[in-house]
Design a protein around this ligand. Structure first.
Ligand SMILES: *Cc1c(COP(=O)(O)O)cnc(C)c1O
Length: 416
């Protein structure tokens, strides 16, 4: 594999091949990750990486853009069909750049953002002090109800009326429940604010109607294209015709240079795959699998934020069941067995964000491997074993063997 890279650069070839093997031989449960198809991989590795196509289809600053135009137009049309948006920009290099496009178009420095706290499931690009948003705008953050783990829509409404933000951000990185976008919209309306719904994690679920859609409700919808939807890596912005003229120039030239046309090709191919009838079944299985995992965890006596899930992820709060085990230690013990997931903060976090009290478990990648409820329940049992015996090597060795067997039963990238 990667023979041509190997000829010039054996070190990188080894790392690339190592990564394919790593993905094959471990179970990816980082909720933001997935495995794209070989077709998407090929599109992303195409000669379009060479092409400068500053501008938009039909209005480029460079010659030779006919194929770039074709690919970008296809990505746009397919995205419109998937999410039912009037206007789509497929150029953001990442989800963060998609949010940046919206902020640049509609906020001035010092304007106000009301968003969910990072520790409660928010995202850096929603106003964290370490991100340009926290440094450029005035930010206030809402929280989930610490008792229930659900969003506190009434609290959000009151905060919006008091803080008078310019934009209210919804859409999260670690929120296991369905977001009621109309209630966020009502809060934004009460403050005369825009509503940005960042569906980064759930783009695929929304496309398949497994989660309600904010398109048509929120002023702007941003997303990533490589999480629950298995397209080329990057971001996307959706809006209505009214805001379109402001969004496009904010993305280019406002916040980016030339589009990553090879990634846009990957987006187009992944969107085409998501338009096929089997994608709805995939998305439904992702959610069913997360629910199956949640059930195993609950039966095992683990505390789950919001006591379950409506989406692709489960957030386990270890403090009740394993008070001496941090999320970081759990993550490390899991990784040693081939269970790849991440430590995560939980509402009312009492440890540090670098070694928090929870773990986040996602099912999109397992589902891509073909797993259904029975297999993911097995995986959930393995997670429970590691939590209970994270320092007992014989147990970890046994778990490791079972992970190997599951990886063999649900192979990935055969023939790559
Ligand atoms: C993943 C994510 C993003 C996008 O992240 P990038 O790494 O910049 O692509 C944006 N918002 C939320 C809520 C996310 O979870």
């Amino acid at each position: 594999m990667y023979d041509r890279v190997r000829e010039t650069d054996p070190a990188v070839a080894d790392a690339l091949a190592g990564e394919v093997d790593r993905q094959r031989e471990t179970l990816a449960m980082i909720a933001s990750e997935n495995h794209v198809s070989p077709a998407v991989l090929e599109a992303q590795g195409s000669a379009l990486t060479n092409k400068y196509a500053e501008g938009y289809p039909g209005e480029r600053y460079y010659a030779g853009c006919e194929f770039a135009d074709e690919v970008e137009q296809l990505a746009i049309e397919r995205a419109k069909e998937l999410w039912g948006a009037e206007h789509v920009n497929v150029q953001p290099h990442s989800g963060t750049q998609a949010n940046m496009g919206v902020y640049l178009a509609f906020l001035d420095p010092g304007d106000r953002i009301l968003s969910l706290d990072l520790n409660h499931g928010g995202h850096l690009s929603h106003g964290h002090p370490a991100n340009f948003t926290g440094q450029t705008y005035e930010v206030q953050q809402y929280e989930v109800n610490p008792e229930t783990g659900y969003l506190d829509y009434e609290g959000l409404h009151e905060m919006a009326e008091e803080f008078e933000p310019d934009v209210v951000v919804s859409g999260f990185s670690a929120y296991p429940r369905e977001v009621e976008f109309d209630r966020v919209q009502a809060a934004a309306d009460a403050a005369g604010a825009y509503h940005l719904a960042d569906i980064a994690h759930i783009t695929g679920l929304v496309a398949a109607a497994e989660h309600q859609s904010p398109v048509g409700t929120a002023d702007f919808v941003t997303g990533s294209t490589h999480k629950t939807i298995r397209a080329g890596r990057g971001g996307i912005i959706m809006t209505d015709g009214e805001h379109a003229d402001d969004i496009d120039p904010a993305v280019f030239p406002g916040g980016q240079g030339g589009p990553l046309m090879h990634n846009i090709a990957g987006k187009a191919v992944g969107f085409e795959e998501a338009l096929q009838p089997d994608f709805e079944a995939y998305a439904a299985q992702v959610v069913d699998n997360a629910k199956a995992m949640a059930e195993v965890f609950r039966d095992h006596g683990l505390s789950l934020v919001s006591d379950g899930t409506d989406t692709h992820l489960v957030l386990v709060d270890l403090r009740d069941s394993h008070p001496d085990l941090s999320g970081g230690t759990a993550e490390e013990a899991m990784e040693g067995t081939g269970l790849v997931l991440n430590a995560n903060t939980v509402p009312d976090e009492s440890r540090s964000p670098f070694d928090p009290s929870g773990i986040r478990v996602g099912t999109p990648a397992l589902t891509t491997r073909g797993m259904e409820e029975k297999a993911v329940s097995e995986v959930a049992h393995l997670i429970c074993r590691v939590l209970d015996d994270h320092d007992r090597q014989p147990v970890l060795d046994e778990v490791s063997e079972q992970v190997d067997a599951l990886c063999a039963d649900y192979p990935l990238y055969e023939g790559l």
